[in-house]
Design a protein around this ligand. Structure first.
Ligand code: PMP
Length: 306
């Protein structure tokens, strides 16, 4: 079956969506991306796109910083995503990749006076971190400070930092690397936010700890509070606390909610998902698969049969 992309303002076969080698963003990382999940619910024969609006709002926020004018409103992008998904007709867990980029074929390092465009494609994608009790290391690579490259936007150039951390972790036999902030506090994984469970409460790095403010992070904080009555403390977390927490998990659109069993050779709890992590994980998957009526506002059905 042909896969389709939305490219240069129309839907085309994915194999025809090609860019020239002089495209500015290829050279200087001057693009902005999002990762969005389509979650397949086999019982309902339906695909649910999760928190579409928040993803496109974050993209528009980042675009202001990079001086990219996205030629579509948030509502138009939502409708384009639904259309893209229908055209591709997938019936399994899917990942949608929108990208707004400096599309001009002009060379020169800058952000101003460069034409921009927007494309989007989708692909089947199951588990990103293939584990239920991940092994992490603290990365030797640190997140950049806001005055280096603002880490709260998903700029492609910024992700060299993440790639360095991920490859170091994998090549050293771990599932993921946890980066510290420039001032040495816990920041985040290469593609995930991090949560610790300490004495029955959730603790997660604050916005000022060089994190991407994750949509999954927000989802989990709301589910913890609403469904389990558990508050989340957003604060600077010291590295040592990673080793003494009772439970730990990572959150992200691709990684969903992944329990962490070990950090730098220290086992957390019994090394398996702890009780709070397990409850949250179940709530999270029920939510994204459109099984909880209370949270259906976050789920956009693609095929409309449900
Ligand atoms: N941090 C980084 C560095 C990421 O790339 C991601 C994935 N987008 C996250 C955190 C999690 O963000 P979200 O839950 O919005 O996907």
């Amino acid at each position: 079956m042909t896969s389709y992309a939305f490219f240069q303002k129309k839907f085309v076969p994915l194999s025809e969506a090609k860019l020239g080698i002089m495209t500015n963003s290829l050279h200087y990382g001057t693009a902005l991306f999002e990762g969005i999940r389509g979650n397949w619910n086999a019982d309902q024969d339906e695909m649910y796109l999760f928190r579409l609006r928040e993803h496109f709002e974050r993209m528009h926020t980042g675009a202001r910083l990079l001086k990219i004018v996205i030629p579509y409103s948030v509502d138009e992008m939502i409708n384009l995503t639904i259309e893209l998904m229908r055209k591709n007709g997938l019936k399994e867990d899917t990942y949608v990749r929108p990208l707004a980029y400096k599309s001009t074929e002009q060379m020169g390092v800058r952000l101003h006076n460069l034409d921009a465009d927007f494309f989007m494609f989708c692909m089947p994608w199951g588990r990103y971190l293939d584990t239920d009790s991940g092994r992490c290391c603290v990365s030797t690579w640190r997140r950049p400070s806001d005055n280096t490259i603002p880490p709260q936007i998903k700029a492609t150039g910024l992700y060299l930092n993440n790639a360095l951390a991920k490859t170091e972790a994998i090549e050293n036999g771990f599932d993921e690397g946890i980066m510290l902030s420039p001032d040495g506090y816990v920041s985040e994984g290469s593609g995930e936010n991090i949560f610790l469970v300490i004495n029955g409460k959730l603790h997660t790095p604050a916005v000022h700890n060089s994190i991407l403010v994750g949509i999954t992070r927000d989802t989990v904080m709301k589910l913890a509070k609403e469904e389990l009555g558990i508050e989340t403390v957003e604060r600077s977390i010291a590295r040592g606390e990673l080793y003494t927490a009772q439970e730990c998990f990572l959150t992200g659109t691709a990684a969903h909610l992944t329990p962490i069993g070990e950090i730098d050779g220290r086992t957390l709890g019994d090394g398996q998902a702890g009780p709070i992590t397990s409850q949250l994980k179940k709530l999270y998957f029920d939510t994204i698969q459109g099984r909880l009526p209370k949270y259906m506002d976050w789920c956009t059905p693609v095929y409309g049969k449900a």
